[in-house]
Design a protein. Sequence first.
Length: 385
Amino acid sequence: MVRIPSAGISPRRWLSRKYDTLNQIEVSRSAILHNFNLLRSIHQTDIIPVLKSNAYGHGIREIATILQSRTFPYIAVDGYFEALEIRSVSKQPILIMGSTGINDINKLPLKRVAYVIHSPESFAQLSQSRRPLAVHLEVNTGMNRHGLSASELKAVLSQLPATKLQLEGVMTHLADADNPDSTAYSDEQYRQFRHVLQAIKRAGFTPRYVHATNSAGTVKNLPASINTVRPGIALYGINPLEPGDPQYETLQQLRPALRLVSHIDQIQRLKKGDRISYNGIYTCTADTQIGVVPMGYYEGLPRALSNVGTLMHAERELPVRGRVCMNHTMVDITDTDLAVGDDITVISNHRTHPNSIQSLADRHKLFTYSLLTGLNSSIRRVVVD
């Protein structure tokens, strides 16, 4: 008989505490803190760590808990519900960078939260607040995604004193900071941003935080006006720069923080000529032992790894055989002593392993960001070391 969770505890969280899981993500505390310290040391600036998209797949509650031992102005997230996740484990200040409805702002009690004004519409929403709110203005200097234009900024600055909004920061977002050959586009964005800061100062405002950089921009030259950096994927140990970039080696000091572990839940003993998985895209060339791993594309293992990917047991490489399924992947365990229940490393935190995030991206033309953010939130995250 299944015991019903008590009131106030979500079924998913109750189940995650009471039951073993098929797959588990291990997040290294020491790696996260090492990366934070490294990124802060580059320019000796404040850091706003970005924890959006479930902390790039690492687990937003877990990363917020780890970062309680560090001091910084804000944790940055995209939306209100991410802020609620952080607030469930931490009292750290939060910067909500995405769109937020006024009903959420007025009805849900979140203290020590700031909001980003990135459009006339978001300004109109936030202006309806019945209580004082700290805000950051995002200006468009060339990303052409979110951000106020020069004329929109002028209008917002003129109307701001009549609201309950308190201007605490100003920001933009670099579009080409990971370009290994040229800083010209970033330089132009910084030039435009400098004019924005001058206009804000002429309007009588002195924002405390001025931030522009993503992970790639954090390691490049910063204008003197930038007093805060906003790294994302680098916090988790992934280098966003190409090997030819002059700053590549600096970020190679980062330590990947995530390891994804599963196990073998069945062994198939096949004969020469037997085919494996959907459409039989792999045919055994000899008698073969196949380990079935309960991890597929639903959990976040790309289907592109069908017949070409590699999982690992300790230092032993295990080739993926056949097509990756929704919830299962088959690996070749011939000539090993692996048994049902043995651990399988699906994603390694050793950069040189064939199944590290960087190796998966390089070998199979995949995208490091989506590999991480595509890891299903139902997989249990645990903090180690």
